[in-house]
Ligand binder design. Sequence first.
Ligand SMILES: Nc1ncnc2c1ncn2[C@@H]1O[C@H](COP(=O)(O)OP(=O)(O)OP(=O)(O)O)[C@@H](O)[C@H]1O
Ligand SMILES: [Mg+2]
Length: 337
Amino acid sequence: MKVKKLMISAAEKLDDKPEPLLKVTDLKTWFPVKRGFFSKTADHVRAVDGVCLRIYRGETLGLVGESGCGKTTLGRTLLGLEKSNGGKAFFDKIPLHELKRHEMNRLRERIQVIFQDPLSSLNPRMTVIDIVTEGLVQFKKIEGSRKEHAVRLLKEVGLVADSIYRFPHEFSGGQRQRISIARAISLRPEFIICDEAVSALDVSIQAQVINLLISLQQRYQLSYLFISHDLSVVSNIADRIAVMYLGQIVESGTTLDIIHNPLHPYTKALIAAVPVPGKSRSRRIPLKGEIPSASSPPPGCRFHTRCPEVLKICSQKAPVRGTIDGREVLCHLFSHA
Ligand SMILES: Nc1ncnc2c1ncn2[C@@H]1O[C@H](COP(=O)(O)OP(=O)(O)OP(=O)(O)O)[C@@H](O)[C@H]1O
Ligand SMILES: [Mg+2]
């Protein structure tokens, strides 16, 4: 697998900060839980509950966390597919949280998405030529023939030209994901949300698709939000990693820092649980129990019910986000407030 140069991102330099391409502040997406005969809203699932993050041009932010912690909901909220209940998200200074659906649709030229399962995200009745050029037609960007564009896009993702008249089910999983990538890059977007984009693929195919994403990123200066529950996959592509737990980012920093020197007990547990390239597996710190319900998160620090380093204050008071050595941590062990 191509080893991505891990660099101290511009985000970590205290001086000389460029403007982020995406800036998210205190974003909340709650789903109503309805009960009773009149379907009254009895509660809320706080899927995304106060998320702050930044993504700079040309970088990949990896988003990791256990199933149900809110990764997909965060991605869908940024795409305008879920409505936020609070907070702000700016893309190149455009307030995503204020956009109407048609305004969001116009932004599709600049923000794209790749989902986990291309079989369900690619229309089975459409041929590849129609799939990969659909956006170009919609945005009136076809110059020359549709076929020329389709052949060029397939070449960019490593597929042969005679694939254009075939249907999605005629391809392997890896090839289908390449078609999804061709569709995603067709409009030359600046930002792509990859939600578990390689999770359904075999390990060797995962590596090929990650290499493709990295080379496209370098060619077009793309920014990625790379969502995955698999920290070892994320560490192969991300410049920085944000760790999510029960709707909140509990730690974020450079991939090197997160992998080699995790600070938050939850990050430590995630790292200990998986083999990560370039790092010997440390003593396993088992995570106790299941992730609590997002409709009634534990008081104080949300992780305190499972934390091996829990303090008395953790169940009483929510921690304040602190910055330590260029990374952000939400934990009483590092809170100076
Ligand atoms: N449309 C919805 N209505 C109600 N609850 C929802 C909805 N979508 C997601 N949720 C809930 O929001 C929480 C976060 O779900 P989400 O799918 O964002 O998690 P995830 O981190 O992407 O998980 P996974 O790794 O399994 O994909 C979960 O408790 C989930 O049940
Ligand atoms: Mg998900």
